[in-house]
Design a protein around this ligand. Structure first.
Ligand SMILES: [Mg+2]
Ligand SMILES: [Zn+2]
Length: 195
């Protein structure tokens, strides 16, 4: 991967990213997913990620995995889930380019758990990203709030059956997404339509 491209004039050009949440966004969220064999992708995710790459953008997954500090699974288990996710995506000729996760309990008050922005800032440095031209897709207020703090375009996926709960959550935290859709593929289509 060569994230930072040289322009015609030799200057380094930072790349756009599509930041994606994991559970409830790329895959159904069974709650503290530990077993890679139980991972499945939502329909249309592979096609959508191929479109993102066709636009020259990187796909960067940022996920809160408090199950690590809660003792439900290990950081290695999280790595296995991510390997499995990319194995499933490889069948569709695509992939997530990088994964970042927070392993901490919410009570710890760390800077990396979303809506904290630390993991995004790390990705910005490590991958050479232009955050002002990047976007995030997620299914919870904390994805939208992280994106808002970073100046990303924010897109909410409203999963069937969870519309009211997520509406309530957003209102409570006083944050609203720039775009909403009823599927990941729909959200990506709207993000890419921005040009
Ligand atoms: Mg989620
Ligand atoms: Zn953390």
């Amino acid at each position: 991967m060569a994230p930072v491209q040289e322009s015609l004039y030799g200057e380094k050009r930072r790349r756009r990213a599509l930041f994606v949440d994991r559970d409830g966004t790329l895959n159904p969220d069974p709650g503290y997913l530990k077993d890679p064999a139980r991972l499945e992708l939502f329909r249309g995710v592979g096609d959508a990620l191929r479109l993102v790459h066709d636009h020259g953008e990187l796909v960067v997954c940022v996920t809160n995995q408090s199950g690590v500090e809660r003792g439900f699974y290990t950081a290695e288990d999280v790595g296995r889930i991510h390997a499995r996710l990319n194995e499933l995506l490889a069948r569709e000729k695509t992939r997530v380019d990088a994964f970042y996760f927070c392993p901490h309990h919410p009570d710890r008050g760390c800077a990396c758990r979303k809506p904290g922005t630390q993991l995004f800032e790390r990705a910005r440095e490590e991958l050479g990203l232009d955050l002002a031209r990047s976007a995030i897709v997620g299914d919870r207020w904390l994805d939208i709030e992280a994106g808002r703090r970073l100046g990303l375009l924010t897109a909410l996926v409203k999963n069937p059956g969870h519309e009211q709960a997520v509406e309530r959550e957003l209102a409570e935290h006083g944050c609203q997404p720039d775009l909403t859709a009823h599927s990941f593929a729909g959200a990506v289509a709207r993000v890419l339509a921005r040009g």
